[in-house]
Every structure is written in C-alpha cells, then in structure tokens.
Write a protein that binds this ligand. Sequence first.
Ligand code: UDP
Ligand code: MN
Length: 198
Amino acid sequence: CEPLYNVAIIVPYRQRENHLKMFINNMHRFLSNQSISFTIYVVEHTCPTIFNRAILHNIGYKEAKAEQKFDCYVFHDVDLIPEKLENYYHCDNSPQHLVVTRNRTKYIMFSTRYFGGGVLFSPEHYELINGFTNKIFGWGGEDNNAYFRVLDKNLTIHRYPGSVASYTMFEHGWDTGNPRNDLIVDKREALHPTRNPE
Ligand code: UDP
Ligand code: MN
C-alpha cells in the first residue's frame, strides 16, 4: 500500500550516543507502526563552538529538502520518545507542538508558550516563518523565538491533548558546550524575529 505521508525527522545532535541509539530504536518502531513513510536526519554539531540547536534544524531542513519531496518536517530532540501511537507524526493545517506533557514534569503541561522538544511544520509554513533563528547559541530561547515567528504570521499552534502527546524524556545532566544563556521567554524584544531577521 502507498503511505499517505512522507515525513522528514530532523534531530539536532552532539555527544548523546546512548540517547541516539535508544531514539533510533524506538522511533523506527513507532513511525513504522504509524504507516508513514519517513527518513530520520541526524544533524551533528561537529564544529567546536557552543551548541546551536536551531541552526541544526535549518541545516536539516535544507539537506532533507534537497534529497526528497517531504510533506512534513518534524524537528525533534534526541532524548524524547512519544508514548502514544495516536500521536500522529504528520502535518495537518497548522504547525504543531508535539511535546505537550512528559514524565519528567509529571505529565503536567506548563505553558501554551512552550514550543520546545518537538515541533512539526509543513514546508509551506516552515518557509513562511523563515525557519528557525541561526543566532542563538547555548541553551534557551530558540524555541521561544520559533513560537513568536509562528504567531507573527498569524498561524495557530496545534496540540493534541496532553494524554495523547505524552513523552518519556531520558535523564541527563548539563552538556558540556551548551551553557544556559539568558534568552528566555520574557526577553521577547531581544528575540523578536522582525528585529533580528537573520
Ligand atoms: N543536544 C545534543 N547535544 C548537546 C546538547 C543538546 O545532542 O550537547 C540536542 C539533543 O537533541 C537534545 C536537544 O539538543 O535533546 C535539546 O537539549 P537538552 O536536552 O539539553 O534540552 P532540554 O529540553 O532537556 O532542556
Ligand atoms: Mn533534554
């Protein structure tokens, strides 16, 4: 039978070998069970600078697009595994925030502004928001920037209920090379994409 969707899974990555093994193992089964056609792109940060998660998203998008025609792009952390098969990894009419609840935060959704962990976009919507910021190095802010890019284009964010969009996140400490920056959500001005268009 012909799969209805061809989906690219873009995974930002550096020095999380165990996570990557568990991710690949779980996601192949999960996505196969959803009967979608998929390709997982692990985008490795090899240059020895502070980690830049969002730039890896953009690189993954470009590489995947050059290789195949995808109708949906999923940007997904390596340490998160979806728990429910009904959490479908394909695009409908809106950008979607995938990681609504997770084990480490007792399955409580903490903010509708949270847009981290895993999101998905159609190519049209990804290009409408001009992708993710390339400018943010270190931990924090790049997901909030993406949230405002979506809102600024008058798009709505789709979410499944927390009972469906639930995740297991692997335990981990702070990575070397990914220090926390101060670009948190209330610094909207500094992050605002129309002020920082690159
Ligand atoms: N990441 C990575 N190596 C690093 C830092 C981050 O591979 O040194 C990737 C990995 O996919 C990870 C994601 O970036 O899941 C987000 O980082 P982190 O898990 O630290 O953020 P959290 O959501 O746990 O605060
Ligand atoms: Mn994590």
